[in-house]
Design a protein around this ligand. Structure first.
Ligand SMILES: O=C(O)CCC(=O)C(=O)O
Ligand SMILES: [Fe+2]
Length: 268
């Protein structure tokens, strides 16, 4: 099955930025049905159960059955992910305060990773907020709101988008809700999924050796200054995990650190 699977460049973008987005992916009618469902409330399913058994046949279930969303899910967490939790996140009309920067759940240093979908079922212009992401923050594992004292970061990216836009993020991504200066409530549907298989080459790997991969993994988001080198090393480790290629490197960054020869000089 290669329909709608991510390609290697997209996976490298995910490794570098910690999230991917698809604008206006979900069709208009389905967005409208989900908006009505979110107003009514969407009861939580049981954590740790298969996603495909999480909900009865409702509009939100239909969104996550879309072949495009299935392809994204399968590429990142495999064919039978578990439902972890979902939430309908709202920001009230006229709310001038943003949420503190945070990462979800407690400190989590696994290389295996959960994903979180952020689904915006209605138009979300900047004055309505749109979840703010910090690209490249997902390897800096923090405990929830350790970073709450920060206000703004160079390169932070708000999810300003049209109805039907979907982002998928690594569980470590730093993010926060934004103020909503409009007179309408803002809704955002978030879903966390857990893998049930090793996250190794689950995507469409036909372009695995694309020469752009190293460049994408070397992206400098700017906010960490010279420590970009640490981030590149983190991404190389993650890429080795994703591809199973234990000798993968970008510009010798990780190989240099691994060079600890044990061979003693033979007497001459
Ligand atoms: O509402 C949002 O945009 C983000 C909310 C969120 O991330 C949270 O409450 O954990
Ligand atoms: Fe959050």
């Amino acid at each position: 099955m290669t329909d709608h699977l991510l390609d290697t460049r997209q996976m490298a973008r995910f490794a570098a930025d910690g999230f991917l987005r698809w604008d206006a992916l979900v069709p208009v009618d389905l967005n409208e049905a989900v908006c009505r469902q979110m107003e009514e409330g969407i009861p939580r399913a049981t954590a740790g159960r298969p996603l495909d058994k999480a909900w009865p046949d409702t509009p939100i279930a239909e969104v996550f059955r879309m072949p495009e969303i299935q392809g994204i899910t399968r590429s990142l967490v495999g064919p039978d992910p578990l439902y972890d939790h979902h939430a309908v996140h709202t920001v009230d009309a006229g709310r001038e305060q943003g949420q503190i920067w945070h990462a979800d759940a407690i400190i989590d240093t696994r290389t295996h990773f959960d994903i979180q979908f952020f689904y915006f079922a209605h138009d979300t212009p900047r004055e309505m907020g749109g979840t703010m992401f910090l690209p490249g923050s997902h390897y800096r594992r923090i405990s929830e709101s350790d970073i709450a004292r920060y206000q703004n970061f160079l390169g932070q990216t708000p999810m300003v988008c049209e109805a039907g836009t979907v982002a998928v993020a690594h569980h470590g991504i730093w993010h926060c809700a934004q103020p909503n200066l409009t007179d309408a409530k803002r809704y955002m549907f978030k879903l966390r999924l857990n893998p049930t298989v090793k996250q190794c080459r689950l995507w469409n790997t036909t372009d695995l050796d694309d020469p752009e991969i190293g460049k994408i993994l070397g992206t400098n988001h700017g906010w960490y200054g010279n420590e970009v080198r640490l981030e590149v090393v983190n991404r190389i480790k993650f890429w080795r995990f994703l591809t199973g290629n234990e000798s993968f490197d970008v510009s010798y960054w990780l190989s240099r650190l691994e060079n600890t020869p044990e061979t003693e000089l033979a007497a001459s």
